[in-house]
Each structure stands twice: as C-alpha cells, then as structure tokens.
Design a protein around this ligand. Structure first.
Ligand code: KIV
Ligand code: ZN
Length: 527
C-alpha cells in the first residue's frame, strides 16, 4: 500500500494572516465545509486566543464540520480540527475550549528555537525554551490526546538544539512534530537534509509524524515541502492558493498535484479529491478578496490554456503532448450552460447542490433573487456565474449599509456624476450625489459622503466571470482604514458600476463591523 501524506490545511489560520484576508465566521464555515469535502486530513481552523470571535469561529467549525464526515466525501471520519496556541497555558486553554467539541480535536502549540528569535523576540535562553516546551506540550497533552508541536523558525535553528527540543516534545507527549521554515529562507536541498537529520538524530521520532510547513519568501515553498516529503515527512501544512503570511505558504493544490502527477517518483499518496481543487481555489479567492494570478500553477485561469499554434496542433493530436494533468482531474472543466431566465428556484437549488453548496432556504432565496435579476439580462447562467452569485449572496457581517439604488452619468460630454441611495441596517435611507474622474470614482465619493469609514482605496480590480459582452463583472477592492489595517470586498453584477459599489460597501462594512467587535485582534495576530 502507498504511504500516506496527511494534508494539513491552514488556510483559515496562516492563510487568514495575509493582510486584508480576514474572513467572517460564515465564510470560515463555508471554507471549512469545502475543505472537508476536499478530504483534507486536518483543518487548522484558527488561533482561538487571538480574539473571542476567533475562538467562536473555531468552535463553530469543531461543532459543525468536525463531528461527522462530510456528506458525499466517501470518508468514515470527519477531519481533525486543530487550534493554534502559543506555548502558554492561557492560549492552550482557549485552543482546547475551541476544538474540544470536535470528534478528533488537536492542539498545535509552538515556540521559536532559532538564536535570533530566542534572543530578540522571546528573550529566553536555550534552557528556558527547553523547559517551556517540556511543560507546555505536557500541559496540552493532559487536555488532548493529539498534540502537535512546532519549533518556530526551525529553518534557521541550530540542528543540535532542534533535536534536543524535539526529543523533549516527544517525551512530553507530542504526536506530530512540525518543522516550519517560518521565513522561507531554506533551499530544497537544505530543507530535505534538515528533515533527514531529524529522522536520523531525534530519539523517539519513529513514534511521531514529521510535518513540514514552508513559507514562500524565495518562491521555494512547494519545492521545500516536496523535498521534506522525499526525506520522510508525512504531513504537509499548506493553504489553498498558497495564501499566508507575507509571500504566503506552500500551496495545497501544487503539493497535491505534484504528488499525484509524479506518483512513481514520490511513492506517496494523499486522500484529496483533486476534482474539488479549482472550486476551492475560487471560493478562497472570493472570500479573501485575493485574486489568483492567471498563470498560477494548477488553478490559474491559464493553467490549461494553449495559445500557440504549435501547442494547439500537438494537443489535438495527443493531449499528453502539452498537458501533464487533465483539466477535469482538478475540476477545471469548461463552463457548462446550465440555467436560463425560465428556470425556477427548485432547478437552481438542485444545481447548487450539484456544485457542492449546502445553503439554507434563506440563502437559496437570496441567490435566487440575484439569479432572476441577472437572468433577465443575460441569456444563460453558467456554473461560474452561479458560483459568483453564491459568493455575492453570502450574508455580510453586520451589514451597516446596503445599496438601494444607483444612477450614473458619464461619457465624453460633461463631468461623470453618480447618485447613490443607501439603506442602513436600521432602515434609514440616505441619498448623495457626487462628481468624479469617472463613474466609479463619482459613486465612491457619494458612498464616502454617506458612510463615515475614512478609508483609502488601495486596489480596485474588475474581471469578467465568463466570456461575452453580457458577462457578469466581478469587482474586488482592498481598502485601508485609519489604523492601517487592510480590508477587502467583492461584488458581482452584469453592471460593473453596480458591482463596484457593492464591493466598496462590503469593504467599508467590514471596517465598521471590525471596529465594533475585534479591537484586540491585531495585537494577537502579530504572532
Ligand atoms: O510559519 C510558522 O512558523 C508558523 C507556526 C506557527 C507553525 O506558522
Ligand atoms: Zn506559517
């Protein structure tokens, strides 16, 4: 039987630490459900000590995703639900409080072991670090049978000290030892040698699973992860689309498809249902507002596009000439025409279920209302359109303002103008007109005059969901609030000015909601 590499997904923890990628609890639950259907082995659902909201979101995932196998996944067990904790009792207690409702809970605790981190960040000696790891891993183990320990910045730690710390963690009850290249500094040869050294030199390592966690600062995260697996690691910590701190983490889809496509070389397998990869990529891109570059491996829009005549000719003669993976293996089949303006709510609900969404009646109603408006203007609604509408229809956190009506005037004569009517959550209607350099600018100025969020627009992007002049426009914006924090919002509509205002309002609503509920989150996210 093929050896198994466990896929530990940290999109909801390390991925969420990407600037502006903050997700609402509902979005986190949606991503967690989709990850369970993808058949990941472990979901790192968050960092419960970061804020009461984070704790509640991890607990909801433990209760709703971690108690039974995902419907249709073909698995008999739910995924392990993991919570991150610094090596401190308070953090470990909160992680346990958050994950204990899961059928298979895990506490993941960490402490840095590089000289640089111990000296400047922790201000602790080697002996103190060793003692803290021994004590805190034992404490976590007294609560939970499944404990993971990470020596942060392992990639730049003295290997001899690292072996000592890992031995102590095993003796204290750690069942998984995760080796992070926290700052993405190592090369594949170095990282592979580090894992081989750990395997050869740490007493008791045969009783634990070695895991790898690589960052992409030098663009080597996937290569390092694969080198670690080749050297004996049997868990890979990854994120969808490779999102994460700074340049991000190793990307789930790249690691999984490398192991899958080059199976004879690696001789290890995963449980992942690869046909879900494209869908997960779109979902995560949509809820985090982080676009996937067109040439991104495996899930980029161009990953299976062939432009040159020579390549197209070769492909027509034999698919394997220029494709090492089939688009259908990663779920990138081409847009099927599915529904039109005469389709009813039942047909829509059936199609949404087939696409893997589990929406309650209120959510189906919301998507159906949006579907009808779009179908009136567009002949066919494709799966890609539906996915955009579902994301668009997800309830927003504390939606302070919603778009009620919009009128713009623009062209080559006169100033671009916009009149915007917004409805507050209390039901008040506010109207404002503005001029701007273009219709979007005018509309945003009108919104600014109503919503007192004092944010600056950092990024605005628009793309079409499918081909054609009547395609849905999908707009993503990133804004910075007065405290320097970055928020995103997205909107989809055949009218790109409407989509633009929806996206902007969503980002501003996130600022307002965060001001109300997450004041302490930043400090804790400085992990
Ligand atoms: O990159 C890192 O070191 C981490 C640890 C908390 C595992 O994310
Ligand atoms: Zn990390």
């Amino acid at each position: 039987m093929q050896d198994l590499v466990r896929i530990f997904d940290t999109t909801l923890r390390d991925g969420e630490q990407s600037p502006g990628a903050t997700m609402t609890s509902t979005e986190k639950l949606d991503v967690a459900r989709a990850l369970a259907r993808l058949r990941v082995d472990v979901i790192e659902a968050g960092f419960p000590a970061a804020s009461p909201d984070d704790l509640a979101a991890v607990r909801a995932i433990a209760e709703q995703v971690g108690c039974a196998p995902a419907p249709g996944s073909g698995l008999t067990e739910p995924p392990i639900i993991c919570g991150l904790a610094r090596a401190a009792k308070g953090d470990i207690d909160k992680a346990w409080e958050a994950v204990s409702a899961a059928k298979r809970p895990r506490i993941h605790t960490f402490l840095a072991t590089s000289e640089l981190h111990m000296l400047h960040k922790l201000r602790m000696s080697r002996a103190e670090v060793l003692a803290r790891v021994t004590e805190m891993v034992a404490y976590a183990r007294s609560l939970c049978a499944d404990v993971e320990f990470s020596p942060e910045d392992a990639g730049r730690s003295d290997p001899a000290f690292l072996y000592e710390v890992l031995e102590a963690a095993i003796k204290s009850g750690a069942t998984t030892l995760n080796i992070p290249d926290t700052v993405g500094y190592t090369t594949p040869a170095e990282f592979g040698a580090l894992i081989a050294g750990i395997k050869a030199n740490v007493p008791g390592i045969e009783n634990a699973i070695i895991s790898v966690h690589c960052h992409d600062d030098l663009g080597l995260a996937t290569a390092n992860t694969l080198a670690g697996i080749a050297a004996g690691a049997r868990q890979a910590e990854v994120t969808i689309n490779g999102i994460g701190e700074r340049a991000g983490n190793s990307s789930l889809e790249e690691v999984v498809m490398a192991l899958h496509t080059r199976a004879p070389l690696f001789a290890v397998g995963t449980r992942i249902d690869t046909t879900q990869l494209t869908r997960l990529s779109k979902l995560v891109s949509s809820v985090t507002g982080m676009a996937v570059q067109a040439n991104k491996a495996v899930v980029g829009a161009n990953a299976f596009a062939h432009e040159s005549g020579i390549h197209q000719d070769g492909l027509l003669k034999h698919q394997a000439t220029y494709e090492i993976m089939k688009p259908e293996t990663v779920g990138a089949s081409h847009t099927a025409l599915v529904l039109g303006k005469h389709s009813g709510r039942a047909a829509l609900a059936v199609r949404l279920t087939a696409l893997g969404y589990t929406l309650d009646n209120a959510a189906v109603d919301r998507v159906f209302a949006r579907f009808k408006t779009v179908a009136d203007r567009r002949k066919h609604i494709t799966d890609a359109d539906l996915e955009a509408l579902v994301q668009d229809g997800l309830p927003e956190i504390g939606e302070a303002y919603a778009l009620d009506a919009l009128h713009v005037g623009c062209g080559t004569m006169g100033m671009p103008t916009a009149t915007v009517r917004l409805r507050s959550k209390e039901g008040d209607i506010r109207v404002q007109a503005s001029v701007g350099t273009g219709p979007v600018d005018a509309a945003y100025k009108a919104v600014d005059a109503i919503v007192d969020a004092r944010a600056s627009l950092l990024e605005y992007s628009v793309r079409s969901v499918t081909e054609g002049i009547d395609a849905l426009g999908h707009v993503t914006v990133r804004v910075r609030d007065q405290r320097g924090r970055v928020f995103h919002g997205s909107g989809a509509d055949p009218d790109i000015i409407v989509a633009s205002v929806q996206a902007y309002l969503r980002a501003l609503n996130r600022i307002t909601a965060t001001l109300q509920t997450q004041g302490d989150r930043d400090a804790a996210h400085a992990v």
